[in-house]
Design a protein around this ligand. Structure first.
Ligand SMILES: NC(=O)c1ccc[n+]([C@@H]2O[C@H](COP(=O)([O-])OP(=O)(O)OC[C@H]3O[C@@H](n4cnc5c(N)ncnc54)[C@H](O)[C@@H]3O)[C@@H](O)[C@H]2O)c1
Length: 248
C-alpha cells in the first residue's frame, strides 16, 4: 500500500481516468475527496467507502474559484490534511481552426489551465504547512504534438506541461512535487464518441505503435507511482503513458 495514511483530492473523478485514479489511490491506502461537475461523482466516493477507506464528495466546477475554495475547505473539514492533488478535470471539444468559437476556446482553457492553476494554488498552503505534497496534472500526448481539429485542447495541454515544470521549479525547494501524466488515447467517456466511429478510431489506432488504446487503470498506475514516496525525486516531469505515440 503505497499511499497508506495519505489524503488525496481528485478533480473530475465521476468517470474515466479520474475515477480510476481515485479507486487506485484507495486501493493503495489513501482517503479520497472526490469532486466533479457531475453528481455521478457520488458513486466513486461510495465505491471507495465500500473498500473500507474514507471518502467524501462534492459537486464543483474547477473554473470557479469559490467552488475550489469549498473543495479545499471540505477536504480539510473531513480529513484534516491534503497530501495529494490530482488536477484531472478536462474537456475535449474538437473544431477546425476556422470554426473554433470563443466559447469553446474559453471552456477548454478555463477548465484545464485556469482550473489546474487555481486548484493547485488553493491546496498549496496546506502542503507547504505539512512540508510535503504531490500535485499531479493530467496533460496529454496532444500537449506535445498536434492532432486534427484540437487547437485549444493542444494549447491547454501544452500549457499544462510547461506550467508543471514552472511550478516544480518554484516548489521543489519546499519538497512539493509537481508532475504530469500524458495519456495517449484512453477508453473513457471523453474518447468514446471518436472510438465508436471506425474511421475516427483508426486515426488514433494507426498512430499508436502498441496497437490499442489505453485502459483508465493504466493511467491510474502512473498516478499511484507519482503520488508515492518512491517518486520523491521526480519533479517537473511529464510521464507519457501512450503506447509509443510519441516515438514518431
Ligand atoms: N481519454 C483520453 O484519451 C485522454 C487522453 C489524454 C488526456 N486525457 C485527459 O485526462 C483527463 C480525464 O479525461 P477522461 O478521458 O477520463 O474524460 P472523462 O470525460 O471521462 O472525465 C472528465 C471528467 O471531468 C469532469 N469535468 C469536466 N468539466 C469540469 C469542471 N468544470 N469542473 C469539474 N469537473 C469537470 C467531467 O464531468 C468528467 O467526469 C482530462 O484532463 C483529459 O483531457 C484523456
Amino acid at each position: 500500500m503505497k499511499l497508506q495514511g495519505k489524503v488525496a483530492i481528485v478533480t473530475g473523478c465521476a468517470t474515466g481516468i479520474g475515477r480510476a485514479i481515485a479507486l487506485r489511490f484507495a486501493q493503495e491506502g489513501a482517503d479520497v475527496f472526490c469532486c466533479d461537475i457531475s453528481d455521478v461523482v457520488k458513486n466513486t466516493a461510495e465505491e471507495i467507502q465500500k473498500m473500507g477507506r474514507k471518502s467524501a464528495w462534492q459537486i464543483i466546477d474547477v473554473t470557479k474559484l469559490s467552488d475550489i475554495d469549498k473543495m479545499v475547505a471540505s477536504t480539510i473539514d473531513n480529513f484534516g490534511r491534503i497530501d495529494i492533488l490530482v488536477n484531472n478535470a478536462g474537456v475535449y471539444i474538437k473544431a477546425p481552426i476556422l470554426e473554433l468559437t470563443e466559447a469553446q476556446w474559453d471552456t477548454m482553457t478555463d477548465v484545464m489551465l485556469k482550473g489546474t492553476f487555481f486548484c493547485t494554488q488553493r491546496a498549496l498552503p496546506y502542503m507547504l504547512k505539512q512540508g510535503k505534497g504531490k500535485v499531479i496534472n493530467l496533460a496529454s500526448t496532444f500537449g506535445a504534438v498536434g492532432f486534427y481539429e484540437a487547437t485549444a485542447y493542444c494549447a491547454a495541454k501544452g500549457g499544462i506541461i510547461n506550467m508543471t515544470r514552472q511550478m516544480a521549479f518554484d516548489l521543489a525547494p519546499k519538497k512539493i512535487n509537481v508532475n504530469a501524466i500524458g495519456p495517449g488515447p484512453t477508453d473513457t467517456p471523453l474518447m468514446r464518441p471518436d472510438l465508436d466511429k471506425p474511421e475516427r478510431a483508426r486515426l488514433y489506432l494507426d498512430r499508436t505503435p502498441y496497437g490499442r488504446v489505453a485502459q483508465p487503470e493504466e493511467i491510474a498506475a502512473a498516478a499511484a507511482y507519482l503520488a508515492s514516496d518512491e517518486a520523491d525525486f521526480v519533479n517537473g516531469h511529464t510521464l507519457f503513458v501512450d503506447g509509443g505515440w510519441l516515438t514518431q
